[in-house]
Design a protein around this ligand. Structure first.
Ligand code: TRP
Length: 332
């Protein structure tokens, strides 16, 4: 039987080339090989202070984005349409120690972030409990592989600890242990400051939206930082980042020939920038076209994703039923 892959993404902000090359493209590729479930996790999005008027719309926007870049609709679900995640999350709370949760570095970091932002210093119990819900996301589909970044290793380790404790308490090897799937994904940095990861939180010039228009992409690449002076034999972070973008945009021939120029000491940065911009413009144009097609009939898409969520929910319900049986709760 083919292995099961599960991953989830929070409905926040834009999709930029850092997200795309770092995670979403991988999701798209894995669909060829595995049974895949991909969730837009709106319950998770509530753990930090958020705007209740925007959440639902953010979820749909992310769905359109994911579909536009090639995620298959039948693999997509919205977490709150599968409320069994939350119920299993509750059950898992009782199989997870406070000590283990309090060692999660992401909670410590995010909690600090939120405290520092004087406007809203509210740190919710949901934020603390976030990794338990994540364990439910994963285990409810009995996922074998979870494609995530290294920052999620600790959460995966917690998921396995919960699964182990559960199996131990119920006296049955019920859950299989999920593994992270660390694919080789290129690291994309901000073109305005190549010492930083491309990210939305750093501000407008630090990320390139996957659906950006041609003029914007050209402008951002044109003003990309290359060498910041200083004598060094190593390729600078900015130049390396442009080469990475060029390659990941599929411009292999350009990459090879410009790299030869670089090695010969004859590379003109303007050529590298032109080629990189060209590659990204072509990709973004294709994505934008697809997105336009999709959003022409939003009602149809919403209907389709509600249907796929309902289909995927059947699997979650099956697991939850077995779990309730095993832990001594009632089933209808
Ligand atoms: N915690 C993940 C992140 O911040 C998102 C997430 C929620 C997730 N549930 C998941 C990832 C289950 C993988 C599997 O990126």
């Amino acid at each position: 039987m083919s292995k099961t892959v599960l991953s989830c993404i929070q409905p926040t902000g834009h999709m930029h080339y850092g997200n795309y090359f770092g995670a979403v493209k991988n999701w798209v590729d894995l669909q060829e090989q595995y049974k895949c479930y991909y969730g837009v996790v709106d319950y998770h999005a509530m753990t930090m202070p958020y705007d209740v008027k925007k959440l639902r719309n953010n979820v749909w926007e992310l769905i359109y984005n994911l579909l536009a870049v090639g995620v298959k609709p039948e693999n997509l679900f919205i977490q709150s349409l599968v409320p069994e995640h939350a119920e299993l999350g509750w059950i898992f709370n009782c199989f997870c120690s406070v000590g283990h949760l309090s060692r999660m570095t992401q909670f410590k970091d995010k909690g600090k972030d939120s405290e520092e932002k004087s406007k809203d210093s509210f740190v919710s119990a949901g934020l603390f409990d976030y990794p338990v819900l994540q364990a439910a996301d994963i285990l409810i589909y009995k996922a074998d592989y979870v494609p995530v970044g290294k920052d999620q290793d600790q959460h995966l380790e917690l998921s396995r600890a919960i699964a182990q404790r559960f199996n131990h308490v119920v006296g049955k090897e019920y859950f299989t242990m999920p593994d992270t799937l660390h694919s080789e994904t290129p690291k994309i940095f901000s073109t305005a400051d190549p010492s930083k990861k491309m990210s939305k939180s750093a501000g407008e010039k630090h990320f390139i939206n996957v659906f950006a228009d041609e003029a914007r992409i050209r402008k951002q690449i044109k003003s990309a930082v290359t060498d910041q002076g200083g004598e060094s034999d190593e390729m600078s972070a900015g130049v390396l980042n442009l080469f990475t973008l060029l390659k990941t945009a599929g411009r292999i021939d350009d990459h090879t020939s410009l790299m030869n120029d670089y090695n010969a000491g004859t590379l003109r940065y303007s050529n590298l920038k032109d080629a990189t911009a060209e590659g990204l413009v072509a990709m973004s144009a294709a994505f934008t076209e697809k997105r336009k097609e999709i959003t022409e009939d939003k009602r149809a898409i919403k209907y389709q994703i509600k249907q796929s969520s309902a289909e995927i929910r059947k699997i979650a319900q099956e697991t939850l039923k077995e779990v309730k049986e095993l832990v001594g709760l009632m089933n209808v």
